[in-house]
Design a protein around this ligand. Structure first.
Ligand code: SAM
Length: 204
């Protein structure tokens, strides 16, 4: 992301913080808490997270960590977000077996993890017209087992100057160039779909 892209996202969240100071899901950009949780539930259903390391790109306050702990015994969680205030709050929570970094995940090299997730963080416009494709490829390289991310659905979600939506069939077609084991889940929301991209299992 370039400086202007990052600045737009920064002011979007800063504005929402002013409007809803006591409502974390709203500050993060969600319609409400249920909107955030419905995405987490779908992500959690797509893979066995037990004993896995998880990389959460655009982690916000790190809410996925306590959520996934209710369902699985994960090995370790790493959250990355470029919004310093979110990372500061996430660190304050002192969540177990976790680490948080303030960084632009599109620019930095991603550390290898078993499962890479991105919930709500690939929905912003970027001046790089190949942003999504580059990110999918980058996430795939960083994952040992699976990549799971959601996107706004172009069929139902009208884009604005900040938020971008996508056609699931186009995204899936690209994912198929990386692995035949990929599919879309879109039954949980009108505005959104989840992409699941798994690595072929290697046999010793
Ligand atoms: C809609 S919020 C979702 C937060 C979190 N995934 C959740 O569901 O609670 C999207 C987050 O992605 C972050 N983000 C977007 N693009 C990013 C990038 N290139 N690098 C790091 N963080 C990014 C934003 O700062 C924002 O906190």
């Amino acid at each position: 992301m370039n400086f202007l892209d990052r600045l737009n996202i920064y002011f979007y969240h800063k504005d929402r913080n002013k409007k809803w100071p006591d409502n974390p899901p709203k500050i993060l950009g969600w319609r409400d808490e249920e909107s955030q949780l419905s995405r987490f539930r779908i992500i959690a259903k797509q893979h066995d997270f037990n004993h896995k390391t998880v990389l959460d790109l655009g982690c916000g306050y790190g809410d996925f960590k306590p959520f996934i702990d209710q369902h699985y015994d994960i090995a370790y969680y790493t959250g990355i977000d470029q919004h310093k205030a979110f990372i500061k709050e996430a660190k304050k929570r002192q969540l177990t077996a976790s680490e948080f970094f303030d960084a632009d995940f599109a620019r930095d090299t991603l550390p290898k993890h078993d499962i890479v997730i991105a919930s709500g963080s690939l929905n912003y416009h970027s001046s790089d017209s190949n942003y999504l494709v580059n990110m999918i490829s980058k996430m795939y390289q960083a994952a040992n087992d699976a990549v799971i991310f959601n996107l706004l659905n172009a069929k139902t979600f009208p884009e604005d100057t900040l938020l971008k939506s996508y056609h699931s069939e186009h995204v899936l077609a690209y994912c198929r160039t990386l692995s035949s084991d990929c599919y879309i889940e879109d039954q949980y929301s009108n505005d959104d779909f989840t992409v699941v991209l798994k690595k072929p299992k290697t046999h010793a």
